[in-house]
Each structure stands twice: as structure tokens, then as C-alpha cells.
Design a protein around this ligand. Structure first.
Ligand SMILES: CC(C)(COP(=O)(O)OP(=O)(O)OC[C@H]1O[C@@H](n2cnc3c(N)ncnc32)[C@H](O)[C@@H]1OP(=O)(O)O)[C@@H](O)C(=O)NCCC(=O)NCCS
Length: 184
């Protein structure tokens, strides 16, 4: 059965093999991927990424990784790639991430998706902490997390070579008490 979450205007649901061209479109867009720490640079990486998402979706029990397509609720047009993943080393923590096709940015979709993942993460998954991270040069991503109430936690400096620069990563998080108090 396909897993899905509804936002106001979108549905977030499992990827299928038919999404390969969409993922390729994302991976091939160098500008879009500039600050994204996901390796979709080669056909093999794209294939492995999709296969991993499909394998996770097929798990009957113990699913930790929800890598989901964002689609228009009405037309089912593919809008972007999103995920919430329970940290393998910290059972009560989950990470969220969002990569939207450029045509769909700055429409408030990112905020809708992040709020939906906060609800799912603290609600259904019962997480104690939900966090997101971004390249310190990625202003839209930082603004998105701040707007949704995540708190800046710190920066790991220049810890990975990301295609054309040393990436410093800003961490933003929310804990269950903050969510319960209506911070999102
Ligand atoms: C980051 C991203 C998910 C934001 O999603 P979005 O749907 O555009 O975000 P929203 O429309 O909900 O806006 C969130 C905030 O970011 C701001 N913002 C969005 N795009 C921006 C831009 N290009 N420059 C500056 N601010 C921007 C919005 O104005 C808003 O801030 P506000 O509260 O001050 O108004 C989207 O831009 C994206 O997919 N970027 C490319 C991939 C990427 O870098 N993903 C993040 C990986 S960590």
C-alpha cells in the first residue's frame, strides 16, 4: 500500500520507478543541487537513490526512511523530493529535508511540507526531536526552517566537499515540548 501524507495543496507519497525522470531532472539541475547534500550526480547514484527509497517503502515493519515525492493534490504533477528519516543512531530523532523543482519554489510549499513532517514526526512517529540542516549559504532553506519555528542549534564548519565548495552546515531543530507548546 502506498504511504501518503496530505498537506493543504499537496500529497507526499512513495516514489515509484516512474519517478526516475523526475529525480533525474532534479539531479541534473546544478543550480538547484548547489547546496543539497544528496548525491544525484550520476545515473548510477540516481538509480540507487530511487531503489533505496522503494526498498524502504516496501518494508512492512520498522520503516525509518520516508523519502516521498511531493505532488500536486489535484493534478498529481511532481513538485519535488522530500524526506523524513529516523536517525539510525538516535531512535528518538528524525531529520527532514525538502528539494523542490525551481518552478514551485517561493509558493509556500516548503512551509506546508515542513509543517506536515513536524506533525507526522512528533505525532505518528513519536519523535522527541526533529531537525533539518542546510548549507550556510542556503538562505531560503534557513528562512524556511526559522519560519516553521525550528531553532538554530549550531554550525559544523567546512566538514564536506560539496561539488564546488567546502560546505559548512547549519543545524535547526525542534523538540517535542516546543511542538506541543505550539511553536510550529
Ligand atoms: C529551500 C526550499 C525547500 C524552500 O521552499 P519554498 O517552498 O521556496 O519555501 P517557502 O515558499 O515556504 O518560503 C520559506 C521562506 O524562504 C524564503 N525564500 C524562499 N525562496 C527564497 C529565495 N530564493 N531567496 C530568499 N528567500 C527565499 C521565503 O520568502 C520564506 O521566507 P519568509 O518567511 O521570510 O517569507 C526551496 O527553495 C528549495 O527546494 N530549494 C532548492 C533545494 C534546496 O536547497 N533544498 C534545501 C536543502 S537543505
Amino acid at each position: 500500500m502506498v504511504f501518503s501524507l496530505a498537506t493543504e495543496r499537496l500529497v507526499l507519497d512513495d516514489l515509484t520507478l516512474e519517478d526516475l525522470p523526475h529525480i533525474r531532472r532534479i539531479g541534473n539541475d546544478r543550480e538547484l543541487m548547489r547546496y543539497v547534500l544528496i548525491w544525484l550526480d550520476t545515473d548510477e547514484q540516481i538509480r540507487l537513490f530511487l531503489q533505496h527509497a522503494i526498498d524502504e517503502a516496501e518494508k512492512i515493519q520498522g520503516r525509518r526512511d520516508y523519502t516521498l515525492a511531493a505532488r500536486d493534490r489535484r493534478t498529481r504533477e511532481f513538485i519535488g523530493l522530500t524526506f523524513i528519516e529516523i536517525d539510525p543512531a538516535q531512535e528518538s530523532t528524525a531529520e527532514v529535508g525538502i528539494v523542490l523543482l525551481p518552478a514551485f519554489c517561493r509558493n509556500g510549499y516548503g512551509s506546508e511540507i515542513l509543517r506536515t513532517y513536524l506533525r507526522f514526526g512528533f505525532g505518528t512517529l513519536g519523535m522527541h526531536r526533529v531537525f533539518g540542516k542546510c548549507d550556510e549559504q542556503n538562505l531560503p532553506s534557513a528562512r524556511l526552517m526559522e519560519r516553521c519555528g525550528l531553532v538554530y542549534e549550531g554550525t559544523i564548519r567546512e566538514h564536506v566537499w560539496l561539488r564546488d565548495h567546502w560546505r559548512s552546515t547549519r543545524y535547526y531543530g525542534m523538540v517535542a515540548g516546543e511542538y506541543a507548546a505550539g511553536r510550529a
